[in-house]
Design a protein around this ligand. Structure first.
Ligand SMILES: *Cc1c(COP(=O)(O)O)cnc(C)c1O
Length: 427
């Protein structure tokens, strides 16, 4: 399959090029030249891994042999996506049982293994360079850990990520190098951008990014929407997903799956106070503002980069887009009350992102009560331990793998300028 740039359609890349480039040379996002059609009845009889294979195969084409792609899928899907029933028609779809307890594990694992395949016979190593404000870094570090032929350099802002997040970045070692930047997330991102534009660096090392707009992180997110749909379809009611959305990559993968032919009824893009998209769907006016800090901070995104892909799926037609997608915004106060109510009424503990998803589902259901609703749980509550425990006034279980992680020694290189980064990359 080829992918074109959403800025200039004549910039075309195959799957490998789109993966390695990350973003098109004109800085547009890559989008598939055709949207494959699937036959639901055939797919839903398959096992989960076979189903995932059939969904992703048209996008990868023959660039990765079938047996290798099967293995990549098996490695990617090494954990479960349980459905937790809250009451008759409402569920949480928990996506956080992977190595870093974040749904981003799926995309990061798939991308890392594809990149490893493509760089297998390369003489030079590929260096993945990323800046993280928290969760992305951990998923990328774990996804690429010990993947042959790939070095990973992660920049994170000193003192601004949680203890668990920092450990996830810094204790692995081997091919994972963590750089603790004396600055904020924007400084980290600025340094990464400068490195990609630095002629000396790109002439000496092969750099690639692993951010969430990469097609190899975006597309595999279809898998768990399909698994949940398959599990609940027999109940005979319309199925709706509420997705806690920041950069809109996750929901965009679900929407693509619907466009490919899976009978999902509707999507809800649930947002925190960063409400550009809810406002856009309400007023038709797209106006951005600076991002607002909230307790669901992985969604503190002012200008969601993947929204252009959703518009492309609907050929820019806002009316048809709105038939399939609703979007609402919720305050931190509402989010906390939802966390408390979920514990009280359903004995369910969720992190703030999951609570925002649940709020979106509730709001949609006030007008559309007769459907099966799934709220996506994108992070384990222990990843936001402070705010969760303070809000629900009870303690959160910390999984064994995280307890072990916390005993390990942090290894990070302190840097404070672009020259420092350059030094690290070139040695
Ligand atoms: C990244 C992230 C999101 C937002 O996902 P997008 O694909 O950027 O919309 C939601 N919740 C958590 C916990 C995240 O880490």
């Amino acid at each position: 399959m080829n992918f074109y740039s959403l800025i200039n359609k004549s910039n075309v890349a195959n799957f490998k090029e789109a993966l390695v480039n990350g973003i098109a040379p004109d800085r547009g996002l890559y989008f598939p030249t055709q949207i494959p059609k699937i036959q639901e009845e055939l797919l839903l009889n398959l096992s989960e891994n076979e189903l995932a294979f059939e969904l992703i195969k048209p996008f990868v084409g023959n660039e990765i042999p079938a047996n290798v792609l099967h293995q990549i899928i098996e490695d990617t899907l090494c954990f479960d996506f349980p459905l937790i029933q809250l009451n008759n028609d409402n569920f949480f779809l928990e996506l956080f049982h992977g190595p870093t307890l974040a749904f981003k594990d799926v995309g990061a694992r798939f991308m890392s293994r594809c990149l490893a395949y493509f760089s297998k016979n390369a003489t030079e190593k590929v260096t993945v360079l990323v800046a993280t404000s928290g969760d992305t870094g951990g998923a990328v570090a774990q996804g690429f850990y010990n993947v042959e032929g790939v070095e990973v350099v992660i920049l994170y802002p000193k003192g601004r990520v949680s203890l668990i997040q920092e450990k996830q970045l810094t204790v692995l070692g081997n091919n994972i190098k963590a750089l603790e930047v004396d600055g904020n997330f924007d400084d980290c991102q600025e340094m990464v951008k400068s490195a990609f534009l630095d002629k000396e660096i790109v002439s000496k090392i092969k750099l690639t990014s692993a951010n969430s707009i990469n097609v190899a992180r975006w597309l595999p997110q279809m898998f768990y929407f399909a698994f949940a749909y398959k599990a609940l379809k027999n109940q005979g009611k319309p199925i709706v997903f509420s997705v806690p959305s920041g950069n809109f990559g996750n929901i965009c993968a679900g929407v693509l799956l619907k466009k490919m032919g899976l009978g999902i009824h509707h999507f809800i893009a649930s947002c925190n106070a960063n409400d550009v998209i809810p406002n856009y769907l309400k007023t038709g006016v797209y106006s951005t503002q600076a991002s607002i800090a909230t307790i669901s901070n992985a969604m503190d995104v002012a200008n969601p980069s993947n929204f252009v892909r959703i518009e492309a799926i609907y050929d820019g037609n806002l009316t048809t887009l709105k038939q399939d997608i609703s979007s609402y915004s919720f305050s931190d106060e509402q989010t906390k009350i939802a966390m408390q109510n979920l514990l009280k009424k359903a004995q369910y503990i969720t992190d703030p992102h999951g609570a925002v998803a649940f709020l979106g589902l509730e709001q949609y259901k006030t007008l559309n009560p007769d459907c099966i609703g799934l709220a996506l749980g994108t992070a384990h509550p222990c990843k936001f331990l402070g705010v969760v425990e303070e809000t629900i006034k009870s303690s959160v279980h910390i999984p064994l793998k995280i307890q072990e992680l916390l005993t390990k020694e942090k290894q990070a290189i302190q840097i404070s300028s672009y020259e420092d980064l350059k030094g690290c990359l070139l040695t």
